[in-house]
Design a binder for this molecule. Structure first.
Ligand code: ATP
Ligand code: MG
Length: 193
């Protein structure tokens, strides 16, 4: 089995995440992609961060119509700060040696990787797939990581959760930036106001 893990805050999930996961799945012939909403993202401020339960439910709504996609609550259950290394270790244990794990990230996120907790262990657990993201140029990674990293071009999507939250605050439209069900969920629960 070849499994992609897409980690993120998903605050909220949007088409940038979904397109990236789908293009990577197809190109790298993955059997499935698991979205993993973080509980606490260690290197990110908590301003505007809504509860993990809302973020998890929106991710579930977003992936409903893709049979290859699922959402895991592994980081939410673990509580505390969500470290990718802990998550990959748990998945490795769950799926066994025969399964190859791919960690999917945007080029902006992978640039931070060498600073992550116990990052040096990561290349022994998975391969990395870094999706190019508008506005971010991938800087050179240390060789230890570079050897295990594949770059992929994803159709330019300048969508970000930050922009969506800003739009909501200003009362601007978010239509077509994320799935309709997620949009409806946000309005129903008056999120990000
Ligand atoms: P925020 O603006 O709050 O940081 P975000 O849109 O960057 O949110 P995250 O939850 O931080 O979303 O991202 C999860 C993962 O998805 C990261 O690896 C990030 O690089 C990647 N990603 C996010 N948006 C895009 C996009 N438009 N295209 C490609 N990758 C993306
Ligand atoms: Mg981000």
């Amino acid at each position: 089995m070849r499994i992609g893990i897409m980690g993120g805050t998903f605050n909220p999930i949007h088409y940038g995440h979904l397109v990236t996961a789908e293009v990577v799945r197809d190109k790298f012939k993955l059997d499935k992609v698991i979205f993993v909403p973080s509980y606490r993202t260690p290197y990110k401020g908590r301003r505007d961060l809504i509860s993990s339960s809302h973020r998890y439910k929106m991710a579930k709504l977003a992936i409903e119509n893709n049979g290859y996609f699922s959402v895991s609550n592994i980081e939410i259950k673990r509580r505390g700060k969500s470290y990718t290394r802990d998550t990959m270790k748990e998945f490795k244990k769950k799926f066994g040696k025969e399964t190859k794990l791919f960690f999917i990230t945007g080029a902006d996120a992978i640039a931070q990787m060498p600073k992550w907790k116990k990052a040096k262990e990561l290349p022994t657990l998975c391969e990395f797939i870094a999706a190019s993201r508008p506005g971010f140029k991938l800087r050179k990674l240390p060789p230890r990581y570079e050897r295990h990293t594949r770059l992929i071009e994803v159709p330019a999507l300048a969508i970000s959760s930050t922009d969506i939250r800003k739009r909501l605050k200003r009362g601007e439209t978010i239509k077509y930036l994320l799935p309709e069900k997620v949009e409806r969920y946000i309005y129903q629960h008056r999120l990000y106001l």
